[in-house]
Design a protein around this ligand. Sequence first.
Ligand code: PMP
Length: 414
Amino acid sequence: MQSTQISFEKLRKDFPILQRTVRDNKTLVYLDNASTTQKPNQVIDAITDYYKNHNANIHRAVYALAEEATELYEATRDKIANFIHVKNREEIIFVRGTTEAINLVAYAWGRTHIQKDDIIVTTEYEHHSNIVPWQLLTQEKGAKLEYIRMDDNGELILDDLDKYLATGKVKLVTFSLMSNVLGTITDAEKIVSKCKEYGVLTLIDGAQAVPHMPVNIEKLDCDFFAFSGHKMLGPTGIGVLWVRKSVLQTMNPFHGGGDMIREVHKYETTWNDLPYKFEAGTPNIADVIGFGAAIDYLTNLGMDNVREHEIELTNYAIEKLSQINGLTIYGTKDISKRGGVISFNFADVHPHDVAQIIDEEGIAVRSGHHCAQVLMERLNVAATSRASFYIYNTKEEIDSLINSLNKVARIFKL
Ligand code: PMP
């Protein structure tokens, strides 16, 4: 489908929250999509329909409701496989989100595969969820955590990766496909191919990428891939970990309990087939089903169209923001290398003051360290303001943001 055939304005009617007003009857302008996205009726209805008409536990009973619930739940796994180009549905594990996915890898893979003096490599622009689990693991094992640095344009310095790989001690390289602060799109294929030369595994944090651009796991050829449903129109509390089957087969379970077992005896247990070995207990059935509706929604739009819409908005926003007195935009302005996440600061104004002033106009942006304090240290700031776009945002909303930021500039006499 061509983007001209899609009315990104029209689809706003699918999102009930976008119809409401905030703060003294101001129209809501929601620009905090990197944090979480709003939900269309299709997703809300799918969750309600499950509870109203199909509620039962899955994989266990043979009665009609249980079969229906299982079918709806498992259908989402197939939708995800198609969406991210995975042939083998056994490789798709449902988790709570990207954070749990990465912790699962650190625990279930890392604890058996990482030894003293091994190196895990991450980057300076990671979310805390792609740093802290590796700190915990390397500290426990006496291994090392190293960082690929970032240049002043917000891009990774891949010479650092070459240097670490050359030591022969690297076991895992882990990085986000799109930074949640700068929007930088990482050259994943280059990193993965460098790692493959050394037989090093790769983990990609796709939390910001999967919602905003076409992602093809087969082409990326990594070993682990994580993302969250709530950043792509889906409910909170549901996400995906994909693991290459040959790697998954070398991993111990994460959680022990119901559904992940084949047989349990007093002193030993055998495991269920993949992926169920990694899905212990009653899962988040309703939200998996809601996530399936979100995938349908995005599939209908076409991810090329989503990316194109965001390129248009981001170009427009960068051009307008660049004209505001005293405002600095972080990261690259080359749209081919970035997504619709824009972090900025006014000279000496605290980002919380900025967010508060523009909140009076009904505009929601995030201010703070964005769970990326290593990156804040690299940028030499305590915090930034961040506007981030999605399918329902419009140029008029960016104009409202610009007007309110001009007001900030006037208040602080910049
Ligand atoms: N990685 C990145 C790049 C993110 O943007 C986020 C969410 N801000 C996460 C990981 C963590 O995702 P979640 O909170 O859904 O587990």
